[in-house]
Design a protein around this ligand. Structure first.
Ligand code: PMP
Length: 411
């Protein structure tokens, strides 16, 4: 393989030329959101300059252009995930809305009292709260697969939670707080053996590892556009055709109907059935452009480069006295969560910001997993393919300097 030309790809991202506090911006907050290549920015501008129209309803040239662009983006998402058909792709606002859609449509329809929903200890609040709400409305029970000291799920403990009562297993493919890559295929197969459906949260995985929903076998897969170099306010829900067909819509309105009388409404088939009202057309088109950009780089090339960068970063942080790394599973991507003895995470985050380095310091919307490690917050640098070894060196040197200043205070 040719070496990954990180300096060439950096030129595709205008924001990476920004300076912060006198330093070149080092964007290490990719788990929160990613930056956008010029190709995405241009594609959205092009849509508004030449194609803007509402879709489907009007029989004129721009409606046709907008519809082609929107449905073209759906095809790109379907191919990116290896869905068997683009009609298995529903556009939503993001991963959060996708999970809520499943909870409030399929969940309301199929989950009842005494049924069990299994999630993992690693989940983002977006994959906890909707199921808690569903449980309190239906009398279903939420169960949680535990994780070990490295931050990996314990399959033998998960196995014990599964029974004929398990109706749904919903879990993340990559932890946003720790970076753990869960053994998704095994977890899905084990769930299917007891007849449960499976939702896979891909918010943190799609931008880092190759995803193939047919190979994984999940019933639903969700992700957000903004975490994969696309715009905010757009994301996708993949659902198996038969599962979508057997699910009632959650919202009603225009676009999603075949025929309406005051007595009765006949719905469109999926995906339109789940897309009531005017969608986020321009940003769906922008998401399509982001995935095409990533396709040009090659997700395997990206994954290989990021893996080397992560190893380098984990080693650099591990060798600083006082640093405790949280999340040390062998299967891991992008995220390097840590705490520094003697400093709050906010202090570390501020010191990094002073040096032009953007990281997240906080609970990362995943409080249960941090509490599993006795913490309320961590500092979380998270990588994308446009990050460099030099940025990691800058990160490590600021943390090292802080640590030394603590030592000189204590003597
Ligand atoms: N799941 C995971 C694992 C996430 O990291 C996030 C975003 N931090 C979400 C779900 C929710 O994504 P969004 O806020 O874009 O809806």
């Amino acid at each position: 393989h040719p070496p990954f030309d990180v300096h060439a790809v950096r030129r595709d991202f205008p924001i990476l030329k920004e300076r912060v506090n006198g330093y070149p911006l080092a964007w290490l907050d990719n788990a929160a959101t990613t930056q956008k290549p010029q190709a995405v920015i241009d594609r959205i501008a092009e849509f508004y300059k030449r194609e803007n129209s509402n879709i489907h309803r009007a029989a004129h040239e721009l409606a046709a252009r907008a519809t082609d662009a929107y449905e073209g983006a759906r095809d790109i998402v379907g191919r990116f995930l290896n869905a068997s058909s683009s009609s298995e792709v529903v556009f939503v606002r993001g991963a959060t809305e996708a999970i809520n859609l499943v909870a409030k449509s399929w969940g309301k329809q199929y989950i009842g009292e005494g049924d069990e929903i299994v999630i993992s200890w690693l989940e983002h609040h977006a994959n906890i709260v909707p199921w808690q709400q569903l449980c309190s409305e239906t009398g279903a029970v939420l169960r949680v697969m535990p994780v070990d000291e490295c931050g990996q799920v314990i399959l033998s403990e998960y196995q014990k939670l599964l029974s004929h009562r398990t109706k749904l297993v919903s879990f993340t493919q990559v932890s946003n707080a720790l970076g753990t890559i869960t053994p998704a295929q095994e977890i899905i197969e084990m769930a299917h053996r007891v007849g449960a459906k499976v939702l896979l949260d891909g918010a943190q995985s799609v931008s880092h590892i190759k995803v193939d929903v047919q190979a994984l076998g999940c019933d639903w897969f969700v992700f957000s556009g903004h975490k994969i170099f696309g715009p905010t306010g757009i994301g996708a829900l993949y659902g198996k055709a038969d599962v979508l067909a057997a699910t009632q819509p959650w919202q009603g309105g225009g676009n999603m109907i075949e025929d309406v009388t005051f007595e009765k409404t006949i719905y469109q088939p999926a995906p339109a059935k789940f897309e009531a009202g005017t969608g986020n057309i321009a940003d769906a088109v922008g998401l399509g452009a982001a995935l095409e950009y990533l396709n040009r780089l090659g997700i395997e090339n990206v994954a290989r480069y990021e893996h080397e960068l992560l190893e380098y970063g984990m080693h650099a942080l591990r060798s600083i006295p006082g640093v405790r790394l949280i999340g040390t599973a062998a299967e891991k991507t992008s995220v390097m969560s840590f705490v520094l003895a003697g400093f709050s995470t906010v202090e570390v985050g501020n010191a990094l910001n002073d040096a032009g380095i953007a990281v997240r310091a906080g609970h990362h919307c995943a409080q249960p997993i941090l509490r599993r490690f006795g913490l309320e917050a961590t500092v979380r640098p998270s990588l994308a393919f446009y990050n460099t070894y030099e940025e990691i060196d800058r990160l490590a040197s600021v943390v090292k300097r802080l640590q030394c200043s603590a030592k000189s205070f204590s003597v």
